[in-house]
Write a protein that binds this ligand. Structure first.
Ligand code: IPM
Ligand code: MN
Length: 359
């Protein structure tokens, strides 16, 4: 029995979350585990009603669950930053979810904008640090509103944060790298940084990376790419990548590129992981207000977030089955991954995955 907190959130969040839950329940029935689901209404509507985002008491309550499933956060009537900082980032920081894990895998039948690239080429994972960097909010204004206004926002990392992220990434590369999966001759971890300009932050990352790799993970091949070059190679030669580790800000940017390369926001999922605590799984797209309530949004990203949740909970067999069912649906059923052009409604896609899972 797994205790799961469900935060459907805003816009299309509730629609896609319902399909993820449908698939999780089907997996539980087949593999012999159950869920106790508790729903929370954090999001734009609640904020508009009560002025509350994610109260401290809620963070404490969320700690008691085995995992959190999140739909989407973002509301057209709420100024940018309020819900993102108040809910999403507050949960990530408050629960110390220090890893943002984002697989970039092209499933069969899914169209990629990259010419002549297929599922064997687009198959890597980004391990994004999730608690530091420009996201810490260190900085401020002076002389705000005057012609001399100054704004400062600092990228902040300490060795402890860098080391724990690198350790997770090395371990992940050993467990899920291309060699382990029979897809290559080596397991490779690439550090994505900017050592030619950010000579403090990425100097720290680079030293820590090689020290740890040399001393503790000699079998994992180490590579280094500047972030700008990473973007270039992700488009030109995505097959070069296996596992990429990077800081929070670069990780945010390169995983949007990754999402589009793997077929778009309809399929891209991520996990905010605290390996010692409570993790939170989400489709990485937003709340898509214009599609809300129409039953046209693609729920596969939310379903894949549920699949990542099961993997993290240790239900690896069920997780593999869900991934296989999603691959079957992309390969044989969907006309496109785009909202409104899938050939099926949101809930029909949930049904297709659940049915395939059970056969
Ligand atoms: C993401 C999002 C968030 C981020 C925003 C909504 C705060 O872009 O999950 O990638 O920047 O991390
Ligand atoms: Mn982002």
């Amino acid at each position: 029995m797994y205790k799961i907190a469900v935060i459907p959130g805003d816009g299309t969040g509730p629609e896609v979350t319902a399909e993820a839950v449908k698939v999780l329940k089907a997996a539980g029935e087949k593999f012999g585990f159950k869920f106790e689901l508790t729903e929370f209404d954090f999001g734009g509507e609640r904020y508009k009603r009560t002025g509350e985002t994610l109260p401290d008491s809620a963070v404490e309550e969320l700690r008691k669950f085995d995992a959190i499933l999140l739909g989407a956060i973002g509301h057209p009537d709420v100024a940018p930053g309020i819900l993102e900082k108040g809910i999403l980032l507050k949960a990530r920081f408050g629960l110390d979810q220090y890893i943002n894990l984002r697989p970039v895998r092209l499933y069969p039948g899914v169209e990629t904008p990259l010419k002549d690239k297929g599922p064997e080429d687009i198959d890597f994972t980004v391990v994004r640090e999730n608690t530091g960097d420009l996201y810490t909010g260190v900085g401020g204004f002076s002389m705000k509103g005057t012609p001399n206004e100054v704004a400062v926002q600092s990228a902040v990392y300490n060795r402890f944060q860098v080391d724990r992220c690198l350790r997770y990434a090395f371990e992940y590369a050993g467990k899920y790298g291309k060699k382990t999966r029979g897809k290559g001759e080596k397991n490779t971890l690439a550090l994505c940084g900017k050592t030619n300009v950010l000579t403090y932050i990425y100097d720290l990352w680079e030293r820590a990376f090689h020290e740890m790799g040399k001393a503790e993970y000699p079998d994992i091949e180490r590579e280094y790419y500047h972030v700008d070059a990473t973007c270039m190679w992700m488009v030109k030669n995505p097959e070069w990548f296996d596992v990429i580790v990077t800081g929070n800000m670069f990780g945010d940017i390169i995983t949007d590129l990754g999402a589009i390369v793997q077929g778009g926001m309809g399929i891209a999922a991520g996990g905010n992981i605290n390996p010692q605590g409570v993790s939170m799984f989400e489709p990485i797209g937003g709340s898509a207000p214009k599609y809300t309530g129409k039953g046209v949004i693609n729920p596969l990203a939310a379903i894949c977030a549920g699949q990542m949740m099961l993997e993290t909970l240790g239900e690896e067999g069920a997780a593999v089955k869900i991934e296989d069912a999603v691959k079957f649906v992309t390969a044989n059923k969907l006309e496109s991954l785009q909202a409104g052009k899938m050939g099926y409604s949101t809930s029909e896609i949930g049904d297709l995955v659940a049915e395939k899972l059970c056969d």
